[in-house]
Design a protein around this ligand. Structure first.
Ligand code: FAD
Length: 510
């Protein structure tokens, strides 16, 4: 009897072992574009278009490999099919299958449904591990469960030893695991990063773009920026393009902020890795090869591998280890509404304007824009944790809950009270000034603390330190900041707090 495989839009990995056990004549793969997946937040149009187009191309590739694929485009499902349950019930009522195969989902929302079907449906339901990660959920649960304070750096060392990446005879390449001290160069405005490779729009993508423009008109994003890889082959070309042209400088300018450019030397590979088109091990091995061939320095290669083998796996581990309730955490009780300019980019703070505009229009901002510009502002201003998380989930091309939530709630907003980050990623305008050239073009001055010209990050920073001083006093890594605050006179403190309150009362006008 035949088998049925449900394949989701972020499971586009030709190397998944499930394909080896499917019979091309008897078995069916079902894929569908569903309203339940497009509407739970107002996803960026570019993200919807990329996922639909990549799914359609992947289905074609599977057909070329000989598989039988039942593909349901959005135009066909929107009228009658609310979710995967309905889709599968229809499919299972039309034909008898011996078993239903699922690949574990990337978020609790769907994974819970999968487990429920497994328990309650009469057909045999098999759930297979996802293949676009280094470690299985069980391996991660074991690693996290056995530790009191599971920090990324410890995880990363363990992961390097397990995979052998950049290891020589059991020792890390270059004698240390982390070369981050070479990776904190501020932006050099004389540099011109090579523009990333772009891909032409074929007729299949054109159909998707027209569909998305029509059906998702109110969602953020500008489809004129669509130039993504939509096939596995193109994603591999994007990887090669990064390795050859941007990896060598990736490390040095990883934390830099440029007023002109949001992409710098970043890889722009996250969406392809998260969709399954690129395997993380293959990506890291390509970078490792570049190092051994003398094409990229160790600080760049190690820094890049740490992002994927370290951070990407670690945040996924946090997501599954902490469970569904993690999304409800709000350790700092941050509840202030998001100013409207989160949805327009119309703020006078230049760094935020640039980062938000890039996020909304092209569905991309690099890590430091996400963390130290947008996230930092949300942290300092005490913006509502759930609303901020929803915003991040909606706007970015690579946003899936398993990766977005720990990064936003845990890393950027300290909403888990320090489970993920050993201290809040809070910084004043001085940091943003130091790392790039936004401030030169900004109406606010990073050197001023109070008054209409003062960079709002400054007073908000001290307001944050002051209002959370009891919690922060327990954190040794915050000692210096607290003592700097305490050294200020009462009058100075009061003036700063008053100005911060003024900013908080007029957030929408900043
Ligand atoms: P590069 O700078 O070139 O980094 C290389 C790769 O490392 C990325 O492609 C990505 O696969 C991985 N990576 C780097 N940092 C992280 C990280 N902290 N967590 C997971 N993977 C990482 N990443 C997502 O993929 N989806 C998200 O929804 C997402 N939301 C974020 C929200 C916040 C508040 C923050 C601070 C970070 C978030 N990140 C997210 C992580 C990171 O910012 C993006 O992966 C990165 O900016 C993607 O661009 P890139 O491919 O050019 O990355």
């Amino acid at each position: 009897m035949s088998q049925l495989l449900l394949l989701l839009g972020d499971q586009l990995d030709h190397h998944h072992p499930i394909f080896q056990s499917l019979d091309t004549v008897q078995d069916t793969i079902i894929m569908a574009e569903l309203v339940s997946e497009t509407h739970y937040v107002p996803h960026n149009k570019l993200k919807i278009a990329l996922i639909f187009s990549a799914m359609r191309h992947f289905a074609d590739e599977l057909k070329q490999r000989g598989f039988k694929v039942s593909y349901y485009p959005y135009e066909d499902t929107e009228g009658w099919c609310a979710d995967f349950k309905q889709l599968l019930e229809k499919q299972l009522s039309e034909k008898t299958y011996q078993s239903l195969h699922l690949i574990e989902a990337g978020e609790h929302r769907l994974q819970e449904q999968f487990l429920h079907w497994q328990q309650s449906w009469s057909i045999e339901v098999k759930i297979h591990p996802a293949s676009h990660f280094f470690f299985s959920v069980r391996q991660m649960q074991d690693w996290f469960g056995g530790r009191k304070a599971p920090r990324m750096e410890h995880f990363y060392r363990w992961a390097r030893q397990k995979t052998g990446l950049l290891m020589q005879g059991g020792e890390p390449e270059g004698g240390q695991y982390n070369f981050d001290k070479h990776n904190r160069e501020p932006w050099d405005a004389n540099k011109t990063p090579p523009p990333p490779i772009t891909f032409p729009i074929d007729s299949s993508t054109q159909n998707v773009l027209e569909l998305v423009e029509e059906r998702f008109a109110d969602f953020p994003g500008q489809l004129k920026h669509f130039d993504f890889a939509v096939t596995t082959k193109q994603a591999e070309q994007a990887l090669q393009d990064f390795i050859e042209h941007r990896l060598p400088e990736f490390g040095a300018y990883q934390d830099a902020l440029s007023d002109k450019n949001s992409k710098l030397y970043h890889s722009l590979l996250s969406a392809y890795i998260n969709l399954g088109q690129l395997n993380p091990m293959a990506v890291c091995q390509a970078a490792e090869r570049a190092y051994y061939e003398g094409k990229a320095p160790l600080n760049a290669v190690e820094g890049f591998i740490r992002q994927i083998l370290g951070w990407r796996e670690y945040v996924r581990g946090i997501y599954w280890w902490q469970g569904k309730d993690y999304a409800d955490r709000n350790a700092l009780r941050a509840t202030r509404a998001l100013p409207d300019w989160f949805w327009s980019g119309n703020t006078q703070m230049r760094c935020l304007q640039k980062a938000i505009q890039s996020s909304l229009e092209s569905a991309y901002a690099h890590h430091i824009q996400r963390l130290m510009v947008i996230g930092n502002f949300a942290l300092l201003a005490g913006l509502d944790v759930k609303a901020v998380c929803q915003w991040y989930l909606a706007v970015y091309i690579d946003a899936f809950e398993w990766v977005e939530l720990p990064n936003t709630l845990g890393m950027a907003l300290y909403g888990d009270g320090g489970l993920l980050a050993s201290k809040p990623y809070a910084a004043s305008g001085r940091y943003i000034h130091k790392m790039g050239n936004h401030c030169q073009h900004c109406r606010y001055k990073p050197t001023r603390m109070t008054g209409p010209d003062a960079c709002p990050y400054n007073a908000l920073y001290w307001h944050f330190i002051h209002r959370h001083r009891e919690r922060l006093e327990k954190n040794r890594r915050m000692g210096l900041m607290l003592s700097q605050w305490q050294k200020k006179s009462n009058e100075e403190q009061q003036a700063i707090l008053d100005w911060a309150e003024h900013n908080l009362g007029t957030l929408s006008q900043l």
